[in-house]
Design a protein around this ligand. Sequence first.
Ligand SMILES: [Zn+2]
Ligand SMILES: [Zn+2]
Length: 124
Amino acid sequence: MLKMTKQRTLLLDYLKKSTKPLSAEMVYLKLPQGSMNLSTIYRSLEAFEVAGLVDKTNLGNLAYYKIRSHEHKHYLVCKNCHKMIEIDCHVDSFLEVETKKHHFKVESHDLTVYGYCEKCQTLA
Ligand SMILES: [Zn+2]
Ligand SMILES: [Zn+2]
């Protein structure tokens, strides 16, 4: 059971307004100074994830969080500038064929694609 404090409500609202995944550090820097400390943000984001309110994507040793929406999306993640590009999911039909072979009942999937964005490719 998720305990919603005033701080957590604020944090959740902030995530709802964001169009891209955010790390705890990014949230910390953007919230009014002193409103929440970093460890509280970490713990709250973890709690949101456990409660199924947000989706977590790991990039290196950082975790990025995004409000779980009804629209199921995937991300292209740039390993250089950490930019995340949202892409539509087209893997369901492919998975259906593959999982049927194993009589596997799928509940969910996630897919994150790592590489370099257009800008970073030209820099390399
Ligand atoms: Zn990049
Ligand atoms: Zn998908």
